[in-house]
Design a protein around this ligand. Structure first.
Ligand SMILES: [Fe+2]
Length: 399
């Protein structure tokens, strides 16, 4: 395999936060990123091109309506295959698509469903799960070969076809730590995004639900205030925090930005970001949250355990997608307050109130979990040049 001369140094970024890591983590973070750069993988692997979300039968059209109201996403087209509807949602080509996949038959069994089924809450919506990200690469063949040489595993092309995933993608086996897949799509930046799957149709019911929600979003005056994704937050078991981060860095071209210890919630928030010089709107940060201690210690230590409890109930999985809110004010309110009020008045609930302040650098809020995907939408408004993802005080409240 040819070794490219790397142009990105994934270890040159300054570290944030106060969370302490093991010697294993620190040592292998350096080894893995040095190797990734040297092999040329950091240069070959680019931004997150799409998110893949699966829902149970009869849920995708309602979820399109929910996302069309709460986010900047538009309904584009549906790819119909034998066992799935796969809707393509898009903002533009400078931010990731969403591939929203509905299983047609409630009795369909499969590898992704089986990941939900041993978790008490996850099993109630067996097909409702965040599947993972599609990442744009320069040279699919070389990237797959290099990753296979590092012992990373992919579904075969025949398995990809049987799973009814687009045939032009290389699809990893689910992570043992996050249960997510990583998918590679070869595309030049100026080329169209192509998902080679089934037959393209504009579904009349999807289009109607989308237009109704988008009309309402415009009427409420929030459409211009909502920006693309800021970050994606995955919750993992306590003991898998460090390995989940190292594994994701090995699959992607992200670097380790840093981690904050949220002591009073017995949890930490760990942030990775693209090593390419691109904004989060083009490739959202990936955040990993984990309890500091495993669940069976907490009763002895008398510690809270919200993150571990979530994982034990749902499975390790994506907890929320954060949408950026434009910095500024609208009709006498800060934009995030205006957005949350308008959307709450139209039946979408939120957990707690908007927290944070201009002085602290950002304001944030979580929506209730979607009844379709189980995912939460976070709204985040940053003030001026604040480049953090949270204030410690906010994370404690949100956790
Ligand atoms: Fe978040």
């Amino acid at each position: 395999m040819t070794v490219n001369s790397a142009t990105i140094n994934s270890l040159e970024f300054s570290r944030h936060g106060d969370k302490e890591h093991s010697a294993f983590f620190e040592e292998n973070l350096v080894r893995l990123l040095e190797e990734r750069d040297k092999l040329g993988l950091t240069d070959l692997i680019h931004e997150i091109d799409a998110l893949m979300i699966s829902v149970d039968p009869e849920h995708s059209i309602k979820y399109i309506a929910e996302l069309a109201l709460m986010t900047p996403y538009h309904y584009l087209v549906t790819l119909e295959s034998e066992q799935h509807w796969t809707h393509i949602l898009r903002i533009d080509l400078d931010s990731p698509d969403i591939l929203l996949r509905e299983v047609k038959d409630p009795n369909l069994r499969g590898v992704f469903r089986s990941l939900n089924e041993i978790y008490p809450v996850g099993a109630k919506k067996p097909n409702s799960r965040y599947m993972g990200e599609i990442i744009r690469v320069d040279d699919l063949h070389s990237v797959v070969k290099l990753q296979q040489q590092r012992e990373f595993r992919f579904f075969s092309q025949d398995e990809v076809r049987k799973l009814e995933l687009p045939g032009n993608l290389a699809v990893s086996k689910p992570s043992p730590y996050t249960h997510n897949i990583v998918v590679y799509l070869e595309r030049e930046p100026q080329e169209a995004r192509v998902y080679a799957l089934g037959v393209s149709v504009i579904r009349a019911d999807a289009q109607a639900a989308y237009l109704e929600a988008k009309t309402l979003q415009n009427k409420l005056g929030v459409a211009d205030l909502l920006l693309p994704l800021d970050h994606l937050a995955t919750r993992v078991y306590s003991q898998n925090r460090e390995v989940a981060i190292l594994e994701y860095l090995s699959w992607s071209s992200y670097y380790f930005w840093g981690a904050y210890n949220i002591k009073d919630q017995n949890s930490s928030t760990n942030v990775t970001k693209s090593a390419h010089a691109i904004p989060e709107s083009k490739s959202p940060a990936k955040v990993f949250t984990a309890n500091n201690t495993p669940y069976f210690i907490n009763h002895l230590e008398k510690l809270p355990s919200p993150t571990e409890t979530f994982v034990r109930n749902y499975e390790p999985r994506l907890h929320h997608m954060a949408i950026s809110v434009k910095d500024g004010e609208h009709k006498g309110k800060e934009n995030i307050d205006f957005v949350v009020n308008a959307i709450a008045e139209n039946g979408k609930g939120f957990l707690l109130d908007v927290i944070g302040s201009k002085e602290q650098g950002l304001k944030q809020i979580f929506s209730n979990a979607s009844e379709h995907s189980s995912l939460i939408i976070e709204y985040v408004q940053r003030y001026g040049s604040f480049d953090g993802f949270f204030t410690q005080e906010n994370v404690a409240k949100l956790t």
